[in-house]
Design a protein around this ligand. Structure first.
Ligand code: ATP
Ligand code: MG
Length: 433
């Protein structure tokens, strides 16, 4: 036998029955986006490497060590599998002049690629849902994008403030960050002996990121570092206040975390994360914030923006962890076909049922006609279907099919084919309630 090939480490197949949970999550996201008036965008999975280097910043984990970059063997172009969604969306909006007539509310769902060490909640191909609002400067849209994530948790059956908690911070404006940065460098230099290699390397290039360290040996010096919050000007403070007021008004609980910075360089003012303590080290389910400089940085006409991205794998892990109900992949009915049943009549009946919205699975009949009724019933049971539809030649001759309940007991009945759609309507009404 030929050697079997395997998927790449850290890149997972999503298979049934698990794929039904993915579809359910995607459906829930799409309904949410419709309710908030966000439109779907689909950008390429491969982009020029320069887009991410310029968009994310040279000294970020992603650009420094996580990107899947390669040379196009045809023309030598430097290309990268997208590690995140924002840069591509902004590129597309710039390229197609989409902000010409005002702002846009957009969302995407799709795979992202980062060369990280695979572990629970961290993969090399993973999937994000992202929302981006481009063109609006006010704190009301910061609040809106946060509120919609809270609504998503509710839709999915997660307890806001318990299963997932909101952390909020403001990164202020560039000048405020600069003043803080200088104070921060002075503080870190004064404790240079306690810095790890990573921190020493970033001391002058990106000291803010040092605050994000997961090294326990550095927690004390990070704890004592000057806080950006103390360097914010009036406008930044007012902006944060307005976001807080909106969250308070709707009763979404949050915690101010002055040490919250985000992995990407492009954020300013509002930043936030939804975290959980139920997934170990990979506790951030969703992160986002304002990035007013990015559109211009990528060559567009200056325009403000705010958005978030969430990790679908982590979210699904969390939902499993809290025991949130997951969708069924079972059909409503399973067709059992007896030898001698006229197939034309069977097929037409099944098509009628499916047109009426009933999920019907038919037993594969094989080349030599129907297998034994017993083995078909075994499969019917294993499928999880609520009913078996038994097509026998005698019943069909009388215009009937036998309906046998498989789950909740009950007697089997002979059902007239002429009124089968009424049965289908009752079934649908019952499963929807
Ligand atoms: P982390 O600190 O966990 O590496 P991040 O700051 O790099 O996260 P973002 O770039 O903000 O993450 O991406 C948004 C979300 O995407 C994260 O909150 C997380 O849920 C998810 N995510 C990021 N990287 C991965 C990965 N390698 N595998 C699975 N999910 C991921
Ligand atoms: Mg990361």
């Amino acid at each position: 036998m030929a050697e079997q090939l395997k998927a790449i480490k850290g890149m997972n197949d999503i298979l049934p029955p698990d794929s039904a949970r993915w579809e359910w999550l995607e459906d829930t996201v799409r309904r949410l986006m419709r309710r908030y008036g966000y439109h779907n965008v689909r950008t390429p999975i491969v982009e020029p490497t320069a887009l991410f280097v310029r968009g994310l910043g040279e000294v970020t984990d992603i650009v420094e060590k996580e990107m899947y970059s390669f040379e196009d063997s045809l023309n030598g172009d430097r290309l990268t599998l997208r590690p995140e969604g924002t840069a591509g969306v902004v590129r597309a909006m710039n390229e197609h002049n989409f902000l010409y007539e005002g702002g846009r509310r957009l969302y995407y769902i799709g795979p992202m690629f980062r060369h990280e060490r695979p572990q629970k909640g961290r993969y090399r191909q993973f999937h994000q849902v992202g929302a981006e609002v481009l063109g609006f400067p006010g704190p009301d849209v910061d609040a809106e994008v946060i509120l919609m994530t809270a609504a998503l948790w509710r839709d999915l059956g997660l307890a806001v403030g318990k299963d997932v908690c909101l952390q909020l911070n403001s990164l202020g404006q560039p000048a405020e960050r600069l003043a803080h940065r200088e104070a921060l460098i002075r503080h870190l230099e004064a404790h240079a002996d306690q810095l790890d290699d990573d921190a020493r390397r970033r001391l002058h290039s990106n000291p803010l990121r040092i605050l994000d360290t997961k090294n326990p040996a550095m927690q004390a010096i990070v704890e004592a570092a000057p806080k950006l919050m103390d360097f914010l000007g009036d406008e930044s403070v007012t902006h944060l206040r307005a976001v807080r007021d909106a969250l308070d008004a709707v009763g979404v609980p949050y915690e101010i975390n002055p040490r919250l910075v985000r992995g990407m360089d492009y954020y300013n003012l509002t930043v936030f994360e939804w975290v959980t303590d139920r997934l170990g080290a990979q506790g951030t389910v969703c992160g986002g914030g304002r990035y007013d400089g990015l559109i211009e940085q990528l060559g567009g006409k200056p325009a403000p923006a705010v958005g978030w991205g969430l990790g679908m794998e982590r979210l699904l892990l969390l939902l499993q962890e809290v025991g949130a109900s997951s969708p069924s992949v079972a059909p409503d009915a399973y067709a059992v076909v007896m030898a001698g049943a006229p197939m034309a009549q069977v097929l037409q009946t099944l098509e009628n049922l499916r047109d009426a919205g009933v999920c019907v699975q038919q037993h594969p009949l094989g080349k030599d006609g129907p297998p034994s009724v017993k083995s078909q019933f075994k499969k019917a049971d294993a499928s999880g279907a609520r009913f078996a539809l038994v097509f026998g030649p005698d019943e069909l001759a009388q215009g009937q099919v036998t309906i046998k309940p498989l789950r909740d007991g009950g007697q089997q009945v002979a059902q007239d084919l002429s009124s089968l759609t009424t049965w289908a309507d009752d079934l649908k009404a019952a499963t929807q309630s």
